[in-house]
Write a protein that binds this ligand. Structure first.
Ligand SMILES: C[S@@+](CC[C@H](N)C(=O)[O-])C[C@H]1O[C@@H](n2cnc3c(N)ncnc32)[C@H](O)[C@@H]1O
Length: 117
């Protein structure tokens, strides 16, 4: 029998390979901020349950390690407020999710002139 950790990985592997819009309990509307364009694919891969991004956490310009980057939407939002070179680093235990977020960041880079990967 698979452990719950392996089952979790499988769930997110599948969600990385094919966006699953209704997978998680997202409750917040997409952020509308000046100069921030969140690619459609990132919105479709929003697997959070409310936002973990709080600009007030960025006082004193910390570098951010984002664990469980998913499709990358919240990393992009942190980067929007941070604006530091290598200021936000995303990790994930699911390789397919890392591949998907890397592709999504390329799209985000094209749509946001302030964002660079
Ligand atoms: C609920 S999603 C959140 C994704 C993203 N932060 C968001 O808000 O859309 C959880 C993320 O953690 C990763 N993950 C899966 N199993 C994990 C584990 N056991 N420990 C840490 N992260 C895990 C998944 O691949 C997925 O990207």
């Amino acid at each position: 029998m698979k452990s719950y950790l392996e089952t979790t990985k499988d769930v997110y592997k599948n969600a990385a390979l094919k966006p699953d819009v209704g997978l998680c309990c997202t409750t917040t509307p997409v952020w509308q901020l000046p100069g921030l364009k969140i690619p459609k694919i990132m919105q479709e891969m929003n697997y959070g349950c409310g936002s973990t991004v709080h600009p007030r956490d960025l006082v004193n310009s910390p570098r951010i390690l984002y664990v469980g980057v998913g499709g990358g939407m919240e990393l992009l939002q942190f980067a929007y407020f941070s604006r530091l070179k290598s200021g936000v680093i995303g990790v994930d235990v699911v390789d397919e999710m890392l591949d998907a977020s890397a592709a999504n960041f390329k799209i985000a880079e094209k749509e946001n002139d302030w964002f660079s990967i």
